[in-house]
Write a new protein. Sequence first.
Lengths: 399, 399
Amino acid sequence: MKTADPELMRAMNRLSVLDTIRRRGPISRVEISERTELSTTTVSAITGSLLDDGLILTRHEGDIRNEAVRGRPRVMLEVNPDAARVVGAKIAASRMVFVVTNFRGDVLSQLTLPIRIDRQPIAVIADLVEDGVRRCVVDAGLSLEDVDSVCLGLPGVIEHRTGHIRSSPIFREINIDFASEMSTRLSTPTIVESDAHAITLGHHWFGKARDLQDMVLISLEQTLGLGVLHGNRLFRGAGGLSHNLGDLVLGTGPQGIVRLSSQAGESAILGEQQADGRFAEAVRLGRGMTHVQALIQADDDRLIGAAVRAGEAVGLTIANIVTLFAPPRVILVGSSLALGEPFLNSLRDAYALAIPPSLKGVSELVFDDSTDDFWAQGAAAVALYELYESPWSTTGPAL
Amino acid sequence: MKTADPELMRAMNRLSVLDTIRRRGPISRVEISERTELSTTTVSAITGSLLDDGLILTRHEGDIRNEAVRGRPRVMLEVNPDAARVVGAKIAASRMVFVVTNFRGDVLSQLTLPIRIDRQPIAVIADLVEDGVRRCVVDAGLSLEDVDSVCLGLPGVIEHRTGHIRSSPIFREINIDFASEMSTRLSTPTIVESDAHAITLGHHWFGKARDLQDMVLISLEQTLGLGVLHGNRLFRGAGGLSHNLGDLVLGTGPQGIVRLSSQAGESAILGEQQADGRFAEAVRLGRGMTHVQALIQADDDRLIGAAVRAGEAVGLTIANIVTLFAPPRVILVGSSLALGEPFLNSLRDAYALAIPPSLKGVSELVFDDSTDDFWAQGAAAVALYELYESPWSTTGPAL
DNA sequence: GCTATTTAATACGAGGTGCAAATTAAATTC
DNA sequence: GAATTTAATTTGCACCTCGTATTAAATAGC
């Protein structure tokens, strides 16, 4: 068990203060003191040390309750954007998106590589990822030495703690130590994380869950992922495993087990149409879903049927997730949302039908159609989170 | 956010030490120091304060590595059994079981009331519970003043934090503030908890999960409950809600949503047979399942069919739970286990079929046929846990 | 333009906490 | 009975947070 010593205490309060500054934009010391319930003395000491370490900056304008207020004006504090830089990436089967962000999470540069890497050998994928990171860093006018860490978000079952990829649709192999592979290639600390977890943290930092401590996110892409935020922290399964929703069983059909992925995965929906080859190119370019929507609007009955079935399956699954976690909000993201109304309506209907009466109204469904940039930014947030959490310069004793 | 001050620090380490003493039986200070990674100085200080508060005792025998070992012998420390007494209860539809335990969790007295309280008015149930608690306390040779707290474990959706019963099969009403009702009746702090959570903690303290930090328990009784242990703590949903597995959706059938409870609940299995009235009395006595097993052994085809279907449904559900939580062990408890081999075999088969290949082998299934006493003891453990966790006498500054 | 007032932020001392080193305690070995 | 070995406590120190007193920096009033 983790032993509690003064150092831990300091680290906890430091994180608490730094996190408050990050979240509440420019904020004065008094307000920090109120929010964190730390004494002003302690807040002063901690912010002093954060200023020394260059993690935050002072700003003398911006006190909102200014004008006609007496007394010494508050000095506003904010995160120093230039305190660190990280790279976040979303690695998907048909494209890779990289962003470089500063310490505040602002995007400094963005790079999309619309390359199909599906089922390539590890070395090839690693080459492409390495290349993408390097180019994106250069685009930001930086060099890799300026980057503090890298976080790669990718689909599948990822073991965050060890950086192993247990299984992923973009790799033929299983159980790959991708984190150390990329760490040595880039000679920069590299984190591997589930893309769903990445965008979950992204929403908590920048998106539709900034106001919440608990939340569930469901990602509907090539694979179906789950992110659970519990008490302001990512809830990872025992052993730090990410979840793979597609493996969930919906029931048994005539030909055995029916998994969610067979009903609602990207390939399940598109696959039925593959025969006539209309989607080959679209899918290759990562625009499968966009294309689908165009077809749906043209009233392609078969596609509508697939979308409706997928929506039902997802709706039931969400109801089950809500039954287990009772989150105040469920955020849905991913390319499958582009299926449009037939999908969304059947999803909503199935959810409404399946949610147990006693839980009716505890969760709201929110749909988010952010672009891939946001996923990559979420990965950057994962990298930043670990920086924020780390004791940093370990300035040691406040001197 | 919880602010970290010296007091919290002390509380954390105190709990860590006390928990180590509880778990590792009689144990010396040096060993505590090794296990908790606290310095011997700190361990001495904390154990000193625990001794002052009468929560632990010294024992001078029992050093295993004795004989032929030089040096001053270690003084063994153990929890003081008489430091507190609690009452734990399992309240089910057809019976109530009470136990009084000491601070170590040893059962001092036990009382079973085989009364059907199903659908009685609150006041009647509260009367019966109060009576049961009082009689069990008297049986232990104690008076209610000697009891530090009471924990009632009952089925349904319980909001532990507020002590409200959101919904329960044994109450007609919903949203009952049962904790304060019973607290005032007994004039003793009373906790209300889901029976599944109670036996989950029971297994962590006394049963089949003593060695684990993470674990999932599934209770198969009148209702289907879930307990998740995560990092040595009970994982309660956002808002401290307990889970109701029966509300999970298995899929859609011809007549709409199919919930787990309609396949695997006690009444779902027995219900089909209700028509011929053979079970009326057995169920009333709470021996429905025992009776069923006798019939199954007599090859009642209809019952076997129901048991097999229930086993399948539960097996699939467990696979889904494992997909989400990836626990190293899943413990199954509850009266439905008495359905015997037809049920268990189909459960195992369905689980094996449904568990995703990437998670094969991460979880072991364990069946536990503990009696109701153990459930009540688990409820006692919940009560004890809160005592252990509380700062206690707040001896205040170690003087 | 000066002083009084008000609010923000910082010093200072007290009390609590854990740790390393030194000391005391209690056994075995020779 | 002295030396040795191991356990547990005492001592001294560095650190943390907090309450109170003090300093800093603005406005309000005359």
